[in-house]
Write a protein that binds this ligand. Structure first.
Ligand code: ARG
Length: 588
């Protein structure tokens, strides 16, 4: 179904044309003076120059022809030439009834679905997940869901950091602690044990210890670098250890992402790209894209229009080792082979922007992707604490994701139990759902590229622009609907008809805008647009709710219409929070 704004414009176009004006002037917008009208058209002002006429005359010509419109309740020309519009309630009601009957709530799926790979999460194996990885996971998951809702084929890839120095560090530290393990015996030819020689908590202690040592001890560091190189070159025992580190670490990561309701189709990583590197390097050399500069292999990526220096993209270091650029480029080769995507989206800290500029330019220049393949970087800002500095624990350490989630859930649990007169077995589960909404909405309601302040008190509040407020609104609707059903009435019956009050009309108008929100939000990769929409919608609902005695209404038809309106509001809100990546509980 057409968006409501398109319907309005279709009406205006007819009138502009009939009156002898170009239909390109028939543009409508949501009114910025809701006290005067609901939509407005400023086209007569723009047309005045072309037709050398007073704008008000043009506006009058247009308005005159729309007095009997099915869409408009009132349309008038006001000085100096604005056209003010109010929508007919019957029309609006019809629009909403159609929406309610449609699974997709009148959102049209893409006519030409795209294949899109989205690279998000990006955790580093064997290092604990920290809040820096939270944003990527939350934002990426939402963009993925939006794309799917619009009918695109979206493949989420976690792109593990599993090939770097941290692996060499762990191997080195293990070789000190347990030098007798078969993994370190170069002459060993048998099978390696199935069981890892460490647990996840040991692993979490080994890495920081090793990392600390390497900073103080040069010899230790070179050992770790050497171990990394040998691992990458395929030393058997190291590969076997690497496999163990992966198994133990990935199982733990999966558990943590599940808590966040974030899930990936692919669990690939930098290591998977390794196999593509030799051919890629050869290709870059053979085709004259890459050249040797001071021993290193590089590709120039600067462009004439650059206003700042973009250094060459380094493919191999002088010792032949590959770099972050190399694995990202090889991963592009791999993704092109596997999926032939129309677009690859990277959701990564905006401080890595230069890296992606280099990688994207190199991939395009060397024709590693098709001309039409879009490479998009969604760079996000830092999550700061109340002091405006990167978020830390109360003791000043790096905040681990698990701990952050636990703290929020505890806070939520307290609030929920306070609200209860009877013991609620579900309180803990509810606290988890509401806690997740607090974290995700708190993040997603900000424009991704901006830094934001993670304020637990504000994010967990049931009032204001927060996740819990949105959930509270949904729960309120659910409770009205179930009380209605308990009276033996069927909420599936009846239809929405005209608005009786202003707050009802305002709610209806807000609902009718749903299908104008989703597509642009996806195109701009901007979940915050969905947040601001549902905040407006929740507010519109709550003021309608406070003005209307729904369950006490004696006029059956009126009551049915309201119930249908509630059903639609709930559906829209639930769909939106699903796109944001969280769920509502049954009660709060
Ligand atoms: N593992 C990286 C980090 O923690 C993020 C990976 C982002 N994705 C990519 N394709 N480079 O910084």
């Amino acid at each position: 179904m057409k968006r409501i704004i398109e319907q309005i414009e279709a009406e205006l176009k007819k009138a502009f044309t009939e009156a002898g004006y170009d239909e390109k002037f028939a543009k409508a917008t949501v009114s910025n003076r809701p006290d005067l009208c609901e939509y407005q058209c400023n086209g007569a002002m723009a047309a005045a120059k072309t037709y050398k006429k007073a704008p008000i005359m043009i506006a009058n010509d247009v308005v005159e022809r729309l007095q009997d419109s099915e869409v408009f309740e009132a349309i008038e020309a006001v000085n100096p030439g604005f056209i003010n519009i109010k929508i007919k309630k019957e029309y609006l009601a019809g629009y909403l009834n159609e929406m309610l009957a449609d699974d997709k709530l009148s959102v049209e799926e893409a006519k030409e679905p795209k294949t899109i790979v989205i690279d998000y999460g990006g955790p580093n194996v064997a290092k604990p997940l920290h809040v820096g990885h939270l944003r990527s996971a939350i934002i990426g998951e939402s963009i993925k869901r939006m794309g799917r809702f619009l009918g695109h084929k979206v493949i989420g890839d976690v792109h593990l950091g599993d090939w770097g120095l941290q692996m060499g560090l762990i191997i080195t530290e293990l070789s000190k602690r347990q030098p007798d393990l078969v993994y370190f015996d170069e002459n060993y030819e048998g099978e390696y044990p199935k069981e890892a020689p460490f647990t996840v908590s040991e692993l979490e202690e080994i890495y920081p210890t090793a990392s600390g040592k390497s900073k103080e001890d040069e010899a230790y560091k070179s050992e770790a670098l050497e171990a990394t190189l040998q691992l990458q070159q395929g030393r058997r025992g190291y590969r076997a250890l690497w496999q163990h580190i992966m198994e133990v670490s990935v199982a733990d990561l999966k558990k943590n992402y599940a808590k966040l309701k974030v899930d990936f189709d692919l669990w690939k990583g930098e290591a998977d790209a390794d196999a593509y590197i030799p051919d890629m390097v050869q290709y870059l050399k053979d085709n004259g894209y890459a050249y040797v500069d001071q021993g290193a292999l590089v590709v120039d990526v600067k462009e004439e229009t650059d206003t700042k220096e973009i250094p060459p993209c380094m493919i191999l270091k002088s010792d032949g080792a590959s770099l972050y650029n190399t694995t990202d480029l090889a991963t592009i080769v791999q993704r092109m082979e596997d999926f032939h995507p129309d677009e690859i989206i990277y959701v990564v800290d905006k401080r890595q922007e230069l890296h992606f500029v280099q990688v994207f330019r190199c991939a395009k220049k060397a024709k590693m992707v098709d001309q039409g393949t879009k490479l998009s970087f969604v760079g996000f800002g830092t999550m700061n604490g109340k002091d405006g500095k990167p978020f830390k624990t109360r003791e000043g350490g790096v905040m681990r994701l698990e701990r952050l989630i636990a703290e929020i859930n505890e806070e939520m649990y307290k609030k929920i139990v306070e609200n209860r007169s009877v013991k609620d077995e579900n309180a803990e589960h509810t606290a988890q759902l509401v806690g997740l909404s607090a974290i995700k909405y708190g993040d997603l309601s900000n424009q991704a590229s901006k830094d934001y302040i993670f304020d637990i008190d504000r994010f967990t509040s049931f009032e204001g622009n927060t996740g819990p407020y949105i959930l509270y609104t949904i729960v309120r609707i659910k409770s009205i609907l179930s009380r209605y059903a308990e009276e033996g009435k069927n909420p599936e019956e009846g239809s929405i008809h005209g608005a009786v009050s202003e707050s009802e009309k305002a709610l209806m108008l807000e609902l009718s805008r749903f299908n104008s929100i989703i597509e642009p939000a996806f195109e701009e990769k901007a979940p915050h647009r969905i947040c601001s929409y549902i905040y407006d919608l929740a507010n519109a609902f709550n003021s309608f709710y406070h003005n209307t005695r729904i369950l006490a209404e004696e006029d059956n038809e009126k009551q049915k219409s309201w119930i249908r309106l509630l059903m639609l509001t709930e559906k829209v809100l639930e769909t939106c929070i699903d796109l944001l990546g969280f769920d509502a509980p049954e009660r709060m």
